[in-house]
Design a protein. Structure first.
Length: 201
């Protein structure tokens, strides 16, 4: 099987595709067939592999890391740091890019780290901290919630939201859209605060 579908590696032996096939070949003790690619061949390999099986964000991430792309390398380090805190790769992409990135853009190497390291860490910390105020289910990884959190960080002091949640024993309820979560944050800020009404969306 490997002769017809070889493992693909870079010149420095980084596996671009075929990690599972390599493990199977080792277990079965069969010859390992591989192809060495040049950096310029990566898009061709991506096209071939997406035709054979659907590539995910993680596949593209590791492909661009193998080329030494500093933005994808920073993303990988950031995602690994927070993986145990249930901060997914998709969440990290949005946080570091300061916006939602399509899979197509990510696949073509168009991911760029925009968010400062300090701001990205504060956003993650806020997401983790607000989990205890969520009613019944943890929706902190939902795309709309993460997008709303990224938005408010550039508009308000998010510590005030945390303070009010704790002070008034409030809960954050699941919403169907980013706008819904922005309204929720606005309601929290304006609860018993009619003199200094704040609008955040």
């Amino acid at each position: 099987m490997l002769a017809y579908n070889p493992i693909i590696v870079t010149r420095d032996n980084y596996i671009i595709d075929g990690q599972h096939r390599l493990q199977v070949a080792k277990t079965l003790r069969v010859p390992i067939h591989y192809t060495v690619i040049e950096k310029g061949d990566l898009q061709t390999i991506i096209l071939l592999n997406t035709a054979m099986r659907k590539w995910g964000f993680s596949d593209y991430l590791h492909a661009y890391i193998s080329l030494g792309n500093p933005h994808y390398m920073k993303l990988d380090a950031f995602a690994k740091e927070y993986a145990s805190k249930k901060i997914s790769l998709r969440m990290c992409i949005g946080i570091l890019a300061n916006e939602e990135i399509s899979k197509e853009a990510f696949a073509h190497g168009n991911f760029t780290v925009i968010q400062s390291d300090d701001m990205a860490r504060k956003i993650v910390s806020f997401i983790i901290e607000t989990r205890k105020y969520m009613q019944d289910i943890d929706f902190s990884s939902s795309r709309d919630y993460v997008r709303a959190v990224i938005t408010i960080f550039h508009r308000i002091d998010t510590n005030e939201i945390l303070r009010r949640l704790e002070l008034y024993g409030m809960k954050i309820l699941p919403k169907a859209s980013k706008k819904g979560y922005l309204r929720e944050f606005e309601d929290i800020l304006n609860f018993r605060n009619s003199k200094n009404f704040m609008r955040i969306y």
